[in-house]
Design a protein around this ligand. Sequence first.
Ligand code: FE2
Length: 306
Amino acid sequence: MSSKAKAIFGNHPFTDGPKTEPIYMDSTNIGQFIYPDFGLDYSDLNYMYYSSDKMTVCSMEIGPGGFFNPPDYHPGDETYFILEGTITQFNPETGMCIEVKENEALLIPKGTLHSAYNFGDKKVKVLAVIAPKIVESQEFPTDVNGPKRILGYNPADFKGKTEDFRSAYRYGSVDQLGDWPENGALLREKKLIYHITEERKLKIINGDTRPILMKYSVSNDFHSVGEYIVPAGGVVTRRSEVICHDGETFLLGMEGPVAVYMMATRETYMLQHYEGLYIPPKTEYMLLNYESHTGRVIFAMSEYKG
Ligand SMILES: [Fe+2]
C-alpha cells in the first residue's frame, strides 16, 4: 500500500464494488487533500477516512489565523465535530457567525454556504461528516467572489431572516432520535447552521444491564453523529450491548484504545486515537473497554430509520 492514499470522493478507501467488509483506517489508507486545490493562500488540510455515495468522513485542519475560501456547500447535510481548538464558522449568505469550541458540534444543512476561520492560537482540527454526498462531481466550489456579508465589505440587511426560527434550547429524549437538534427538512429550508453545545447534545443511555452513554450531536434523516462513552471497571469485562445499524457506520478513536469486536467473524480491531473503522450496514459489533479510564469513540452513521 502506498503511503499517499488518493482521496476519491464517493469511494474511499477505493474498492471495485460495494464495501461489504470492515475496513480499518490508519496511515496506510487515510487519504490527504487540500481544500480548495487552487489558490492555496486560503486553504485547509484534510484527511479522508471514508467516502461512499451515502456518507463521507474526513478531518480538516486550519492553522492559527487561517481560514478557507471559497465558502463550501454540499448536496447533503454536514456535521462538524470539533476535535481540537476553537473554530469560527461563517455563513456569507446570512452573515451568521458562530464560535464552536472543542467537543462541540455544528450542523450545516444541505446547500448552506459555510467557511471556517481560526482566530485562536491553537491549530483547529475538525471531524466532518457529510451525508449523503459530499460533492455532485469530483470538483470543489470555485466561487471565491460569492456573497460576503462581512462588516465593511458588502453590508446587507438580513434582519428577520432568522427571527421566526424556533427556540434553540430544549432537552431531548429517545423520542427525538431522527429529529435532533431540529427537523432536518426545516433546517435545510431555512439554511440555518445549528450550534450544538455540550448541553444541547441528546443524551441516551444504551443498554439495560451493560449501559454505555450515547451523546448525539445530530440525528436526522440524512445522518447521525455522536459519541459512545464506554466506562471502565466492573467485575466482568466492561462492554456495550450488541450494536447494529441499517446504514453505514464510521468510528473514530478518541480516548482508549477501545476494542471493537465483530460478532460474526470474532475479529477485534483496537481503535487507536484518531484512527478509524468503517463498519458495513447490518453488521453486529460490540465495544469493549479493557483500560482503567473511560473510553470514547465518535460515531457517524448514514440514513436514520426510526
Ligand atoms: Fe463543508
